[in-house]
Design a protein around this ligand. Structure first.
Ligand code: GDP
Ligand code: MG
Length: 370
């Protein structure tokens, strides 16, 4: 099999060479742009970047970058994925609970048990919103640092009796850095000492200009405990979502991101995955970070077994070989052999015995510069 330089591979993939070098480095294979990598490594890197590859012959691979972009006619509207951020005690958890409680069907009333770190609410017009409740600020920036940008809209919660606090400002900075639109929920307006106007003025100092002040950032006065204006907040999310025209192709192999994972004593490694495109189904073979497996069962946010999960749907996946990390990409692949290969590669322990080109190592990287 022929070897290919990192630069040539980058050209064929239409990716930046530096990004490939970075990815290889992270996986324990430091190389320079002009060094060659073997075909297996190249293939795995291509998969890692989400491109599809076709092995046209034993000795050549063809990278079809066009396949990675879903054709416009395959795209369908998908629900927005919303993360709530704000200073501690400003009411993030209360607001998430209130929204979930308000949307719970009467049959489930009294039994609002959340099973996974994300849930969906259905609006009167049947459209849906996905809320993530795991990412604190750190999780949000950690996941972003790992290349996962799952949030479409940030709800910035600011307590009207407390105003902007350090973590509020941190949240503003994270949101700006991520380029994610923001909606401000001015919470605790039931309190006599609430000063919502003061919050709007403080936001100005951070270049967050709400609509009332002539800007384009939506703000909604809410009370999580009194359940005031929750419908207005959901409407604001829906409006922002329409502006974003969020779409995904549901008819393809699923790709998503691990939003949380743990080891369950009885059920083994579990991961909550947010599907970003495609539809995940029971029986699908996948790679999640350096873990791989076959979907044994899918559990939705109500703790029910489901057969499939489409774009923007959070679902718990059973059948992993190990516990992945939050932010890890979750990719359905064609077969178990391939899954193991990609997983092993991601661990940086790919067995290179089938290759003919020189193995990539720290030594030959430095030798190259000697
Ligand atoms: P978090 O740290 O941002 O998740 O904040 P919590 O949801 O835990 O809320 C912190 C405290 O503020 C709790 O005692 C809540 O009961 C209270 N709280 C949250 N929302 C409201 C509200 O709308 N009005 C009032 N009066 N108290 C609230
Ligand atoms: Mg909380």
């Amino acid at each position: 099999p022929e070897a290919i330089t990192v630069q040539e591979l980058a050209n064929r993939m239409a990716e930046r060479g530096a990004d490939l070098v970075k990815a290889l480095f992270k996986m324990g294979s430091p190389v320079t742009l002009t060094q060659t990598i073997d075909q297996d490594t190249a293939e795995l890197l291509v998969t890692e970047f989400g491109h599809r590859i076709k092995r046209v012959s034993e000795s050549d691979i063809d990278i079809d970058t066009s396949e990675d972009v879903d054709a416009p006619e395959t795209l369908r509207p998908r629900p927005p994925v919303v993360t709530i951020m704000g200073h501690v005690d400003h009411g993030k958890t209360s607001l998430l609970d209130a929204i979930r409680g308000a949307s719970v069907q009467s049959g489930e009333a009294g039994g609002i048990t959340q099973h996974i770190g994300a849930y969906q609410v259905a609006l009167p017009d049947k459209s849906k919103i996905t809320f993530l409740d795991t990412p604190g600020h750190e999780a949000f920036s950690d996941m972003r640092a790992r290349g996962a940008n799952v949030t479409d809209i940030v709800i910035l919660v600011v307590a009207a009796d407390d105003g902007l606090r350090p973590q509020t400002i941190e949240a503003i900075n994270h949101t700006k850095a991520a380029g994610v639109p923001m909606i401000v929920a001015i919470n605790k307006i039931d309190k006599p000492e609430a000063k919502p106007q003061k919050v709007r003025e403080e936001l100005l100092q951070h270049e967050i200009i709400v609509e009332d002040m002539g800007g384009d950032v939506q703000d909604v006065e809410v009370s999580a405990t009194k359940k005031t204006n929750l419908d207005k907040l959901l409407e604001a999310i829906q409006l922002q979502s329409e502006i974003l025209e969020l779409k995904a192709n549901p008819d393809r192999a699923a790709e998503g991101t691990v939003i949380e994972a743990k080891l369950d004593k009885g059920r083994g490694p579990l991961a909550t995955v947010l599907v970003e495109r495609g539809t995940l189904r029971v029986g699908d073979v996948f790679v999640a970070g350096a873990s791989s497996g076959k979907v044994r069962a899918l559990i939705d946010d109500h703790g029910r077994q489901v057969k499939e999960a489409g774009p923007s749907v959070p679902v718990e996946v059973l059948g992993l070989s190990a516990v992945p990390s939050a932010g890890d990409p979750f990719t359905v692949v064609e077969n178990e052999g391939r899954a193991r290969e990609v997983a092993a590669y991601r661990q940086g322990v790919l067995d290179r015995k089938r290759t003919t080109s020189a193995p990539v190592s720290l030594e030959n990287m430095f030798a190259n510069h000697a």
